[in-house]
Design a protein around this ligand. Sequence first.
Ligand code: FE2
Ligand code: FE2
Length: 210
Amino acid sequence: MRYTLDRHAKEDPRVLAVYIDAKRRYAEMGRYQHNFQPVKYSVLIPGVLLHDIGFSAPEFKREGHDVVGARIAREILLNLGFDEPTCAAVCHCIRSHKGKAELPETIEAKIVYDADVLEKAGTVALINDGKILCEFGETLEKFIRRDIEDRKREIARGFFTAKAREMDGGRLEKLLALLLEVQEETGRTRPDFAASEEDLWTDKSAPPSP
Ligand SMILES: [Fe+2]
Ligand SMILES: [Fe+2]
């Protein structure tokens, strides 16, 4: 889209004038759905690749992997020669991908946030949850409680892009319902879990041997 516009603008400068004028008018009226925000892939791709890099440092438990991740990413990107505005834009994607330290404001940050939430939608996310649970060695109760809080917050906030809303199609709500079911079940007394080896081999109805 951008390259096509560049080419047409070169061939006919009036095309560029129309673009600039229309963009200003839409922006003045807050008509963002008219899509005058081209995605910067030089920001989006590092943002996607590094959004969870905070998990590689132990401080994530205290500070949050979003905040720590942005710090680590800045170091990586500056070392690789990325300029300051690009670093800041990528760090914003990382800091806002949980919607906690800050909320996504740019189109790249909104895409990273939505993609991260979408990954947790649907029944298959329960299997991923199991893997994460093993990785962090948390108790099931604690993990489920946090997961439920996060999903409720994400559902209440909604997606930032129409495409993500369409791709979700209610699956995030479906996952929340499953998590609530798991929580309810883990809170219940399970006689089958309490059974011991002794229960299996001892016939309690038999009279005691003399
Ligand atoms: Fe994350
Ligand atoms: Fe993630």
